[in-house]
Design a protein. Structure first.
Lengths: 296, 376
């Protein structure tokens, strides 16, 4: 394999891993709560800004700064669930959807008020790249950590949903909320879990994204557009579908543009082309019907 | 009671609306002269817009303290053009339609200036840009002027340098009116091969483009961003992929050494040359810089645009002082065309028949601390 292809595949994997972390939260929330959380992108951005405050401004080491930022975002995720989504849970799904759009705009405004419109750097240090796979690929430490973390989290989430008692509860609720309730399962707790997990993974994605591309108020919007496409590509509500969809988008973007198959000016259009194509040809996504991964 | 309340609200709206319709500050001879200002006050290019706003306001305050323009104070109403044609067009409509201005200082980004031009030309409103450098501005209209040089000479000096030193270059360029202006002139004049990669202002991931360019066996890379933050992200990702060719950079990069200093070892090792225009050392320049620092508690970020902004507002003030009626934009236009050897920070400034100034670009090299002029 040539150095070019190897590097492009690596770039695609990095992008795919970041999209996957965001897409997992979206698909989990859709699978269980039944609506698309449009403010998920802002959780990504807030996670990154939080990390910047603790690591760069307050001088915390990377690992504690990541820990506290993820924790704060989990708490924010729980607050959003409790005060904005729980009161309308039994209403028409259009209502929480509209609330999430409003929250998205509100959280963007909060970022603008506290951090301003300019692009900020997440750290003053620039990390040199290291060669991997026999000098064929240049990768930064943050990229390697992002890919490893994403893979661990994806496997961990899969095991959690399949093996743990709470995971089984969540899958039961995703499969049929009313029946699960009849069997005594606590819907409030299920919602807390998925909003917490979703927000935590989004925060982590935001931190990795900050290392890759610096911080700006709309950083979450750009990646969540790709994550929406990944979720639809894979099958809305499917964990496996979201992961495969995310990596397919990351790799397609990188390889098609990098190999010169399509002009680089069309990079931003790729997720939309995939999304429209998928909706026209196979609206149920690559992995069949809704919730299949959560149910199994 | 309900009818009374509705009647009261309607009455207030009618009275307030009538007052608004009659609010015409720029033609009331006893009150302040109000002009409009369009600049990117938010977004990637905000640092350019805010500095322009601060320099212009500082000069206006000085003029007002000295007695104003023919006894009348000057005031600028600023609108955020967000560095986009659409926002600038809306800002121009608001300034002309609601604030009734007959002169607008701006835009800052070329896209803003070109976006506002159809509105200002139709209303015969003066549009005076202190920074826009796109070659398209030259023929944008009879009421359009600027105090910054045209990019046609920027693209030309970069291409002349590249013709002497390189055969095959990469060009990574932002998809904005300003950056495309530089890129297109460069492409026209450069005799060698170009591998060009354009990107949208919303993009922040350049890894794939850099990998692709790296595989093209280039002699040099031209980096042509619209704003310093994008320049920094591109440099970060170039450094991460161990880029090893000389760089040619546009004035956004060469005019703001702060961004380059963050990557100084990388840029010096690869040799970085940029295009910019010279702001000659002078007592007046030092005075402006000191006043700015005292007022804002920081140094100017862009020395080159300090020169064009300061000269721009001064030229405009001079033209306004020469006319009897501020609404007579044809007279203001004629005064601007008549500008010749106007003493400014950039030297003796003259306006040509297209509303362009006689300032040209030259080459600078980054030495790790600043960009210093070189002769080629």
């Amino acid at each position: 394999m040539s150095e070019l292809v190897a590097q492009l595949i690596w770039n695609g994997l990095v992008t795919g891993a970041l999209i996957a972390l965001v897409a997992l939260g979206l698909t989990l929330i859709y699978g269980i709560a039944g609506f698309i959380q449009f403010a998920h992108g802002e959780i990504v951005a807030l996670g990154a800004y939080n990390f910047m405050v603790f690591h760069k401004l307050m001088g915390w080491e990377i690992i504690p700064a990541v820990g506290i930022s993820v924790l704060i975002m989990i708490i924010i995720g729980l607050i959003l669930e409790r005060f904005f989504f729980r009161p309308v849970r039994e209403k028409d799904p259009m209502i929480p959807l509209v609330i999430s759009i409003g929250l998205s705009i509100g959280l963007q405004a909060i970022i603008l008020i506290f951090f301003g419109p300019n692009i900020l750097t997440i750290s003053d240090k620039t990390h040199a790249s290291i060669s991997i796979f026999g000098d064929k690929i240049l990768a930064t430490p943050s990229q390697i950590i992002a890919i490893i973390s994403a893979v661990i989290l994806m496997i961990g989430l899969g095991v959690f949903l399949k093996k743990s008692k709470i995971g089984k509860y969540l899958r039961a609720v995703a499969s049929n909320r009313e029946v699960a309730q009849v069997f005594g399962m606590n819907i409030d707790n299920s919602m807390k879990w998925i909003f917490g997990i979703g927000a935590g993974m989004a925060a982590l994605a935001g931190i990795f994204l900050g290392f890759e591309q610096n911080l700006e108020p709309l950083m979450g919007v750009h990646i969540s557009v790709k994550a929406f496409s990944a979720v639809i590509l894979g099958a809305v509500g499917s964990i496996r579908g979201a992961i495969i969809g995310a990596f397919l988008i990351g790799l397609t973007e990188s390889l098609l543009v990098g190999m010169g198959v399509i002009p680089s000016g069309f990079t931003s259009a790729i997720p939309f082309v995939i999304l429209i194509g998928m909706l026209l040809l196979r609206p149920e996504g690559l992995f069949g019907n809704r919730f299949e991964s959560l149910r199994r | 009671m309900k009818n009374f309340t509705i009647g009261l609200i309607l009455g207030i709206l009618v009275v307030f609306g009538y007052q608004q319709l009659n609010y015409n500050p720029s033609v009331n001879s006893s009150e302040a002269i109000v002009i409009g200002g369009i600049a990117p006050l938010t977004g990637d290019a905000a640092s350019l817009g805010i500095q322009t706003q601060e320099i212009s306001n500082m000069r206006v305050e000085e003029v007002n303290k000295e007695g104003g323009i023919n006894g009348r104070n000057l005031e600028i109403i600023w609108e955020d053009g967000k560095c986009t044609p659409g926002e600038a067009s809306r800002a121009a409509q608001k300034l002309i339609g609601i604030d009734k201005v007959s002169v607008i200082l701006g835009g800052v980004c070329s896209g803003e200036t070109l976006g506002a031009t159809p509105i200002t030309e139709r209303n015969k409103v003066i549009l005076f840009s202190p920074i826009s450098t796109s070659p398209e501005v030259t023929h944008a209209g009879d009421f359009v002027f600027r105090s910054a040089p045209s990019d046609s000479t920027q693209g030309m000096v970069l291409a002349d340098y590249a013709n002497k030193h390189f055969k095959r270059v990469g060009l990574i360029s932002e998809n904005t009116d300003y950056a495309l202006g530089v890129a297109n002139v460069f492409e026209e004049i450069f005799e060698g091969e170009i591998v060009r990669e354009d990107y949208l202002s919303t993009e922040s991931d350049f890894k794939t483009r850099i990998t692709k360019l790296k595989n093209e066996k280039l002699d040099a890379l031209i980096i042509n961003p619209q704003s310093p933050p994008k320049y920094e992200i591109i440099l970060k990702q170039l450094q991460e992929q161990n880029w090893k060719t000389p760089f040619l950079v546009n004035e956004v990069a060469a005019g703001n050494a702060e961004s380059s200093i963050k990557f100084k070892d990388f840029l010096v090792k690869n040799k970085t040359v940029g295009a910019n225009f010279i702001v000659p050392e002078s007592d007046e320049l030092n005075d402006v810089l000191q006043k700015y620092e005292a007022k804002h508690g920081k140094k100017v970020e862009y020395l080159n645009y300090t020169g064009t902004s300061y000269d721009g507002i001064n030229i405009l003030i001079h033209a306004l002082s020469q006319v009897e009626n501020i609404s007579d934009t044809e007279s203001i236009r004629d005064e601007l065309y008549a500008i010749k050897d106007f003493p400014g920070l950039l030297g003796k400034v003259s306006m040509d028949e297209n509303g362009d100034v006689n300032i040209t670009y030259t080459l600078f090299e980054f030495n790790g601390e600043e960009f210093i002029p070189i002769s080629e």
